[in-house]
Design a protein around this ligand. Structure first.
Ligand code: 7RM
Length: 631
């Protein structure tokens, strides 16, 4: 188990030694785990190919570190308290021993279907315990899991399943979210019509709604585990074998499959969980993220369970049955650690303080924030009304590609500054560069955030396309990992993340590429061309503003907008729906045909009088037309 840093002095000393001898530092952290065979070399790397390998020739199974290890010392300790969508439904408490048994059993189901080490398994499920079990069962047999967030459309699921060439899909009959029940299996059926690689579908029962079961392909979870032989002997894996693929959006149209490998991801998620949250024996940890995103992978499945924590898994939504649901859960389970997203904080803040005042919240010790910059107003509200000015707020900066938190306060150990992610974790070496790639030395500088040295859970590749990994993250600035974020280092050396500097929009903490949404809009038959920009949105952080050129048609603008929204829902899912759609006669383009997004952003922000230089435009007149119709 990782022992967290205890004081600011220790942080400073540890940071210095982790930089002067990173290999010794990470070897000492990796030594805290169970390995089947110890590694022979700690690190081999270059950022040009790129190729990063940690704990070379080390053999292990990550689930032995989550299950078998804790089973020996605390079999009856609760691993998961599962809270159902409906507060009247009985929840579940699953001990480490029960989790072990369930994972071994379901691993047996996967083996009985011929699934083996290296095979890809896609998981499309609501937030029910079977989701955690499915993820760990894959890891137990060495299959590579690819969890797809259960809000993605059939078409988006099919793209991901095909890219991963998955042999199996694990899903549920349906799901509950707030007042709605949603057909999950039927969506999988639709997606799989174009996925020839999938031979097996396992369906967990949640809603009991009738679903179609394709004979020879589809099996019920509950029936299969009755017949299965448990996998008590965990598969021996190499430290650099892939653990999972998680698709994430970038500045191009097609989401990338970010690949993480077992050894480094294990060490770094446990290490960062222990240090950032300062979780202590007896604490109750509640992360509101969905396992379909990286936060759920690293800080709901792997990090906390590796550290033997007790945590809450919540199926529902923050506003059902009312906007006090999170606070209700905190009081019910005496939650000590609460980790959520700024968008949720802003949204709950908007319901007024009366909702919060009904709850005591006095069990809370540490608050966390993740996914996007947290504005000062939300930070202060979180601090005063949730933390009662008694809980450090850890503003954790990281990415799908980084696998774990890289820049963040350590709760109660290092200083806090509202809206600052503050300081790098040990072993993390941020640098800021200007547009020409010149490294900005010293303090009080602002530039593009890069990392100059690998940490154990850095992205290894993008699945099936290593060149894309190289181009996206390692080519902009030679010998640096480029994050895509702008960042300031203040006069005292503290980091403040400013936001994306590429064509990525962060909506409610979810990433979308502008091209990805444009492609979905362009699928609507009347659309000729479109351009997407982000604009400041009170709750979501960024909203999506779409400028769309359509063919001549008899349809009304409202009808066009409706069909465009339908197209986005069909291609990606409801989470990517534009907030505003403006039908325009043309787009501002340079003579070389590039859309000037800077101008579109200004218009979306309502800053019609500060558009800057438009003289390089092919047709400056089009800007006047767009301004007239601005929403
Ligand atoms: C964990 C996660 C990554 C992008 C990242 C940033 C933004 C995340 C913060 C943040 C400011 C934060 N992974 N971001 N955390 N910006 N402060 N604490 O969100 O891959 O989905 O997104 O999110 O722009 O590059 S992610």
């Amino acid at each position: 188990m990782i022992k967290p840093i205890q004081s600011f002095e220790e942080y400073t000393a540890t940071y210095a030694s982790s930089i002067s001898d990173p290999e010794a530092y990470w070897a000492s952290q990796a030594d805290q785990f169970v390995w089947k065979k110890k590694w022979t070399k700690t690190l081999e790397w270059n950022f040009t190919e790129p190729s990063v390998k940690w704990f070379l020739n080390g053999k292990l199974n990550i689930t032995e570190n989550i299950l078998d290890r804790h089973l020996k010392v605390s079999p009856d300790k609760v691993a998961l308290y599962w809270e159902a969508n409906n507060p009247d439904e009985q929840g579940k408490a699953i001990s480490y021993k029960e989790l072990y048994e369930q994972v071994c059993l379901f691993a047996g189901v996967l083996r009985s279907k011929g699934i083996k080490k290296g095979d890809r398994v896609c998981i499309y499920m609501p937030m029910i315990p079977e989701l955690t079990i499915a993820v760990l069962a894959c890891a137990r047999i060495g299959a590579i899991h690819s969890v797809i967030f259960a809000g993605f459309s059939a078409s988006a699921v099919a793209d991901r399943v095909n890219d991963a060439q998955a042999v199996a899909v694990i899903t549920s009959d349906g799901s509950y979210r707030g007042t709605k029940s949603i057909g999950v299996k039927s969506l999988i059926d639709e997606a799989l019509q174009t996925c020839a690689s999938v031979k097996t579908v396992v369906v967990a029962k949640r809603t009991g709604d009738a679903v179609e079961m394709l004979s020879g392909r589809d099996y019920w979870w509950e029936e299969e585990i009755k017949k299965a032989t448990p996998v008590y002997e965990a598969e021996e894996m190499d430290a650099e074998d892939p653990l999972f693929i998680l698709y994430t959006s970038g500045s191009t149209g097609k989401p990338k499959g970010v690949v993480h490998s077992i050894g480094g991801y294990m060490v770094y998620t446990a290490f960062s969980f222990a240090n950032v949250f300062q979780y202590k024996e007896g604490d109750i940890y509640f992360c509101t993220a969905d396992i379909g995103w990286i936060t759920g992978h690293s800080y709901l499945v792997y990090g906390p369970l590796l550290q033997g924590a007790t945590q809450i898994m919540f199926e529902g939504v923050p506003t059902f049955p009312d906007a006090g649901r999170f606070w209700n859960i905190i009081d019910k389970y005496k939650v000590t650690h609460f980790y959520t997203a700024p968008t949720a904080i802003r949204s709950l803040m908007s319901f007024g303080n009366e909702v919060v005042e009904k709850y005591s919240l006095k069990s809370l010790k540490v608050l966390g924030s993740v996914g996007e910059p947290i504005n000062e107003e939300a930070w202060h509200w979180y601090n005063e009304f949730i933390g009662k000015k008694n809980c450090p707020i850890v503003d954790t900066w990281w990415q799908t590609e980084t696998g774990g938190i890289l820049i963040s306060p350590l709760a109660g150990i290092t200083p806090l500054i509202p809206s600052y992610a503050t300081l790098p974790l040990p072993g993390v070496q941020p640098v800021l560069v200007d547009a020409n790639g010149m490294v900005l030395e010293g303090n009080n500088v602002e530039g593009n955030l890069c990392m100059k040295f690998p940490w154990p859970s850095i992205i290894r590749t993008t699945y099936g396309d290593h060149e894309r990994c190289k181009q996206t993250y390692f080519s902009t600035y030679p010998n640096l990992y480029f994050t895509g974020d702008g960042c300031k280092r203040d006069e005292n050396g503290y980091y403040r993340i400013i936001g994306r500097v590429d064509d990525v929009i962060n909506v409610s903490g979810h990433r979308f590429g502008t091209a990805e949404i444009e492609n979905a809009i362009n699928e609507q038959a009347d659309v000729i061309e479109s351009a997407i920009v982000g604009y400041p949105h009170e709750i979501k952080g960024q909203g999506i503003y779409a400028y769309v050129i359509c063919d001549k048609t008899d349809k009304s603008e409202d009808q066009l907008r409706k069909e465009i929204l339908e197209s986005v829902v069909k291609m990606i899912g409801p989470i990517a729906k534009p907030d505003k759609i403006q039908i325009v006669p043309g787009l501002p383009k340079t003579r070389s045909g590039k859309i000037m997004r800077r101008i579109l952003r200004k218009i979306a922000e309502g800053e019609l009088n500060s558009l800057g230089d438009t003289s390089t435009l092919l047709d400056p007149g089009v800007v006047e037309e767009i301004k007239k119709g601005a929403l």
